[in-house]
Write a protein that binds this ligand. Sequence first.
Ligand code: AMP
Length: 497
Amino acid sequence: MPKIVGIDLGTTNSVVAVMEGQEPTVISLAEGSRLCPSVVGFSRSGETLVGQPARRQALAAPERTVSSIKRRMGTDYRVQMDGRVFTPQDISAMILCKLRADAEAYLGERVEKAVITVPAYFTDAQRQATKDAGAIAGLEVVRIINEPTAAVLAYGVERDTAQTVLLWDLGGGTFDVTILDIGEGVFEVRATCGDSLLGGDDWDARLMEWMAAQFEAMHTQNLRRDPLAMQRLKESAEKAKIELSNLLTTNVNLPFLSVGQNGPLHLDIDLSRAQMEHLCADLLEKLIAPTRQALADARLDPSDLDRVLLVGGATRMPAVQELVRRMFGKEPYRGLNPDEAVAVGAALQGAVLNREIEGLLLLDVTPLSLGIETHGGAVSRIIERNTPIPTQGKQVFTTSRDGQTTVNIRVFQGEHLQAADNHFLADFKLTDIPSDLGGIAQIEVTFDIDANGIVHVSALEQRTGQRRQVQIGLATGLTSEEIARQRGLIANETPLK
Ligand code: AMP
């Protein structure tokens, strides 16, 4: 039976894994490493570079290199390169194409199906965009699962004792907190929360800004408009951050960073772990509120947890582990490989869907409430956050004016009371409503959230029993024609390297 691969499409790095027999295996890529930097570069000679080569080119040609595209998924952000325009889905598809090609080389067979992971806190638009990226890369995305749930699958698959665990997943660009009950092969998510715009990248940006300020104070020169210098600062900011996970002090030494009136200017400064923690204290604090929210939603106290698990590269920072001790009075469990656990969990889920393993059941939840804008701009909730998925919610609508044949419905995802403060998901026009007095029509609108966390809508005119036409205008989803076109374009690219 053809394999279903598991893909962790990360902000910083991506990983692909597959079940071999009863063992999940992380696949080594063409370059020999198991982590594929989630970076795409466009060389001047017209080649598309993905992963390591793209990361290397970033130093020389930052303006021709795209990184952290995951942060843009589900938005109308576009990459413009040599007169061509790419959506975030297209760029992600290039990364998926490379993973797919390397998995095919490893397995010696075609790979057409994948389970792809997303942050639990991804909205519908972000999930849809991820699915579209898979389709552009020629992969049928058989399931989208949440990264933390995948990591816990990897953790719990061989554990017999029932337990309640909380997992922090702090990657390059996103933070998720998830609480699960595990027992007898059943993985049941009790609550999930997070911040889809918080990750190790933010620590890097903070250190970069600090370095630029130090440089300015020393040489009265502003580097912020110099992309090459800023790219070098970015690389060394991340390097310094990583080094400070093991060392108490590190040195940032960047010769020839710029040129002044009297010749080349260098940056050579020390940075201590304490200094970094001070500079980034507010970022660390941002982990607290979503964690408290998840505990409250699961109706649990910190003392009810058997374990706190950490995944995501940025949880290697000692300050993150210290925060676990402070909040939970427990040592964090770090037995999971923070870089690979998510892809391994995705491969396990792929094997479950492929019936290669049995007795494993994943019960996930929707991270965000789903609601509709009502009069005055408030939201009326239809599905509450942390409801187990798949799930369904219904609401009956009517007309307000005599002779009205169309109703406009605006759907939002999020927890705020006012619609405008939430993520706009889609608007529907219910048309062809039989003309009548206002308030007579009874239109039942059904919202389904599938196992991927993706929302579907249908409408029923109750008096006539007819399904009404629903025009769905998803915030940023691509049409199937757009996907097909992009798929052709990307497949015809000069070979991906
Ligand atoms: P992930 O998306 O899980 O691959 O996590 C990537 C993030 O983890 C990036 O921001 C990395 O800079 C960060 N990271 C990786 N290793 C370390 C480390 N040893 N200490 C601190 N941050 C790290």
